[in-house]
Design a protein around this ligand. Structure first.
Ligand code: NI
Length: 190
């Protein structure tokens, strides 16, 4: 049973392992991640946000499960071009209630594989571009708080989210950090 993990779960700083094989297990994980994402009303979710240490993310800019034709899966994504920059407000499902302006490339080109294993190369701008950059960062263990201008409000909210996670650990919902890291090391594909 997957769940979206919140900061500072070690999975969020984990540099994801490349996907080596698209099989039934991976397709099941993808389907479960879309469910989690819709439930949380998000537009994107990286595998390590579900404590899966593999390099892929799911996206549906409509956030609407009835528009499944808008679903996209990016496997082993690499951003190969960035053009210009733009600042917009962002949030993240691993930081409930935290929003802030983040400067990112305006247009990008991304190379990845889709769920059929076909290579894809996509030029993206606006929200599409931002979402791909945000999710690819996740897979590299980078978080949007790294890009936020520091402020008392941001710091207070991050501390609050951190306290909630530590409370979940204390009540046994999650094991300690060392155990979580070990689980990440051991998980993945053969
Ligand atoms: Ni995020």
């Amino acid at each position: 049973m997957l769940r979206i993990v919140t900061y500072p779960h070690p999975a969020l700083r984990y540099e994801s392992k490349p996907v080596t094989r698209i099989d039934e297990d991976l397709r099941a994980k993808v389907a479960e991640m879309f469910d989690l994402m819709y439930e949380a009303r998000g537009i994107g979710l990286a595998a390590n946000q579900a404590a899966i240490p593999l390099r892929f993310f799911v996206l549906n800019l409509t956030a609407d499960p009835d528009q499944a034709d808008q679903e996209q899966v990016f496997i082993n994504p690499e951003i190969i071009k960035r053009h210009s920059s733009v600042q917009e407000e962002e949030g993240c499902l691993s930081f409930p209630g935290l929003y802030g302006d983040v400067k990112r490339a305006k247009k990008i080109r991304v190379r990845a594989y889709d769920l059929k294993g076909e290579p894809i190369e996509i030029d993206a701008d606006e929200l599409f571009s931002r979402a791909i950059q945000h999710e690819t960062d996740h897979l590299d263990g980078k978080l949007f708080i790294d890009l936020l201008a520091p402020s008392k409000t941001v710091n207070a909210k991050v501390k609050e989210i951190e306290s909630a996670f530590r409370a979940d650990q204390a009540s046994g919902i999650y094991p300690d950090d060392a155990t979580l890291r070990k689980l990440l090391e051991d998980a993945g594909q053969d």
